[in-house]
Structure formats: C-alpha cells, structure tokens
Design a protein around this ligand. Structure first.
Ligand code: FAD
Length: 392
C-alpha cells in the first residue's frame, strides 16, 4: 500500500522482537512474497536451511516422506523465528515510509466507507482518522478484535468466528536444541488428540545487521491439543512427554532434545473463513480466514493476502485518488481472495482433520503408500506441491 503511494500507518500492540506461537514454516510461495518485499535475502541469513522433504509421523502405521516443491522463481520452503520475521517486516515497512505506532493496543474501530474511520488506541483520547482500514489482528479468539460487520462499533475480545470440527484446540510451542532431524526435513504428525510440527528454524550463525534479533541454530516444536487432553495431562511439559512416548517418529527426534526457554501457549484455534471486506474494512491473514496450524500455510496465506490487497489497491490507485467508492475495491479484493484462497483453506482443514484421527490417519498413510500420487494431490490442495519420494 505504501508502495502504491498511500499514507499508511501500522498499529501493533507488542514490542518487537517478540516470540509467538507458530510452527515457523514458510512455504516457497510465502518466500516469493517476501522476495517481492525485498526482505527474502536478509531473512535467509537468519532462517533455517532450505527444506526439501516433509516426513509424516502418524501414531500408528507407516511413516511417509514426501518431496517439498521449489517455487517457479527458485524459492524453497524454510522456517524462520517469528521474532526475526515480524521484526524485519516491520523495519521494511518503516523504510517504505509507513508510520509505526508500537506498542499500542487498538480498542475500537468506528465508522464506515462513507464517513471514514476513527481508530481508538492505547488510552489516547484522540483517535487516528483514516479513509480505509486493514484489519490484520490475527485470530479473533487470541485476544484480538472480533470479526466486524458493517456500520457498527467494534470492541476487542468478542469472538464470533465460525466453528468447525477441529475448532477449539489449544496451541503450544517451544524452541529446542540437540534435535535429531535432518536439516532439510519438516516432521508433522502426532498422537490421539495432539498434533505437532518440528523443524530447524534458526540460521547457521551470525547475520549482518541482525540488530536485536537472534538467529542461532534452533528447532521449533509447535503442537495443537484438544482441551480434554490438556485437562488430563495438566501442562505443556507433560504433553511433550506424551508425544515422545507414544509417537515413534517424534520420540526418535526428541530423545536428546533440550529446551531453549519456556513453552508458549495460545488458543483456541478456530479454522474457517471469516470476513474479507465490509464497508471500508479490509481483512487479511487470520482475521480473514484461518487454516489449521498443522498445515503450516497460515503465514503464506497472510503474506499472499497482503500482497493481493496491495495489488488490488495499486490497480485502483488513480480511481482511489479520485474518490472512488471503496465498495468497488472491496468487492474486487473479496472475489479474488475467495478465488485464490477459498479452496486452499477448505482442503487444508479437511486434510488436517484426517491427520488428527489416529485410525483415519493410519488408514490414510497406508493408502498414500499405495497411491503416492494422492499424497502429492493432498499437499497441493492444502497449498503445497509435492511428490512422494520415499516411504518406510
Ligand atoms: C501452533 C501453531 C502453529 C502454526 N504453524 C504455522 C507454520 O508452521 N507455518 C505457517 O505458515 N503458519 C503457521 N501457523 C499459523 C500462523 O501462525 C498464522 O496463520 C499467522 O501468524 C497469521 O498471521 P496474521 O498476520 O494474520 O496474524 P498474527 O501473526 O497473529 O499477527 C497479528 C498481530 O496483530 C497484533 N494485534 C492483535 N490485536 C491487536 C490490537 N487490538 N491492537 C494492536 N495490535 C494487535 C498482534 O500483537 C500480532 O502481532 C501456526 C499457528 C499455530 C497456532
């Protein structure tokens, strides 16, 4: 938006760099957007190595290993710490002339396309005024603003996300060292009621101009858990032990692992499509729609949706300057969003539902062994392209 010549400001409630519950995997398409923002090469120096394989470790049955694709423009999947990624993105925005308000908590967004908006934040008696608003506050249930309907006043913390069969899981993450996992592989899978992703997320050493962000070699373990299991086990550390004990693949990887820092937690997760445009408000990332954490596509969807919105605005730049009705731009954004991301969200959530059922998961991996092309298709539907190269 700033590159299209708009006056933009960002309001962010946390001080960066900060950690965030996330698997930290970014697929090749996401790296392509980061390259378009001119931050990919800087981030590469602080990211984990290029990822070539995905290993699926089900609780029962056969393990599966598939090839991850390389994007047409040469980008591979890599994982990167959220402390690093979010800090560098915000730095880039500032360099493009975006005004950064941080740390400030947005409490209300008032107004609409016809009247313009007032944004109330951080106890400031005077709101910011804006012609349009992009809501990029993440999942409504994670303490952010809820989905918004036109013309009303919106307050923080009233969730109304649609429910799906996999909604309600709680999420954890921890950084680890001494993990036994090939550097070029991301592992996914789990045990009944708990699903996890493990990947090397830190760089190989120092990075130029890293400022306050670190890039030491480290692994990220993120997992989502049904509430009943948390009640039964009582803590993230106990759940970590449960995963190690009951899943052979993760057990092997984590046998000698040591934590770096504490577990972080958030939730509940609420996968599904929310709202994309409403009366001058444009939604991106999880605020627009959330894909199951297990699929590892949420960051790419957020980056892609941001890029799409930037493109739509750039295409309407002249009309916008001439006072064009925002509805035209909003509807163009919504149609293209649904076209590009609707089926990715749907199939990603179906795929993760299968992986979260041990019986279904065992049957599915046996089936995928027999018909490896179907595995490629599942990964493609969920946003990735792959071919199975090896099974054991
Ligand atoms: C366990 C787990 C594992 C995951 N693993 C992966 C993975 O491996 N790969 C992947 O691509 N995705 C993964 N995801 C999903 C990914 O984390 C999200 O899809 C992604 O972070 C969404 O980005 P976003 O910009 O929409 O929201 P966020 O990243 O949540 O950013 C929202 C920002 O808005 C700020 N904010 C919120 N409310 C306010 C307010 N009122 N005022 C001011 N600021 C506010 C927050 O502080 C935050 O910085 C995972 C998610 C979970 C829970």
């Amino acid at each position: 938006m700033a590159r299209s010549g708009l006056d933009v400001c960002v309001l962010e409630q946390k001080n960066f760099p900060r950690q965030k519950v996330c698997g930290e995997f970014i697929s090749p398409a996401g790296w392509s957007v980061l390259a378009d923002l001119n931050v990919a090469s800087r981030l590469h120096a602080m990211a984990g190595p290029a990822l070539k394989y995905v290993a699926v470790y089900p609780e029962w049955g056969l393990e599966l290993r598939g090839a991850l694709p390389v994007h047409a423009d040469g980008h591979c999947a890599r994982a990167i710490g959220r402390d690093v990624l979010d800090f560098i993105l915000l730095q880039r925005a500032a360099k493009l002339g975006v005004a950064i308000f941080q740390p400030v908590h947005v409490s209300q967004v008032r107004g609409g396309a016809r009247t313009g908006f007032e944004i109330f934040y951080g106890g400031s008696p005077r709101p910011l005024r804006a012609r349009m608003v992009v809501l990029a506050h993440g999942s409504p249930r994670l303490g952010a603003m809820n989905s918004l309907s036109p013309g009303t006043v919106h307050t923080v913390g009233r969730p109304d996300a649609p429910h799906s069969g996999i909604a309600g899981c709680l999420c954890f993450k921890i950084h680890l060292e001494n993990v036994h996992l090939p550097d070029d592989t991301i592992a996914i899978g789990g045990v009944e009621g708990l699903y996890a992703g493990l990947v090397r997320t830190g760089g190989s050493g120092s990075a130029p101009n890293a400022g306050p962000v670190t890039c030491m070699p480290r692994y990220n373990l993120a997992f989502v858990v049904e509430r009943r299991l948390l009640r039964q086990y009582g803590s993230a550390a106990e759940l970590y032990g449960y995963l190690q004990e009951h899943n052979n693949g993760f057990g092997r990887c984590l046998r000698h692992a040591r934590p770096i820092g504490d577990f972080l937690a958030c939730g509940p997760m609420e996968p599904g499509v929310r709202q994309i445009y409403a009366d001058g408000r444009f939604f991106v990332g999880n605020a627009a729609g959330e894909v199951h954490a297990l699929i590892g596509e949420g960051l790419t969807l957020a980056l892609d949706a941001g890029q799409l919105l930037g493109r739509v605005i750039s295409e309407h730049r002249t009309a916008l300057a001439g006072g064009e009705d925002l509805t035209v731009i909003g509807e163009a954004y919504r149609d293209r969003w649904l076209d590009q991301f609707g089926s990715r969200l749907h199939w990603g959530n179906v795929f993760s539902q299968v992986l979260m059922q041990p019986m279904l998961s065992a049957l599915a991996t046996a089936y995928l062994h027999a018909f490896p092309d179907i595995f490629s298709m599942c990964l493609r539907w969920s946003g990735k392209q792959a071919g199975v190269v090896n099974v054991r």
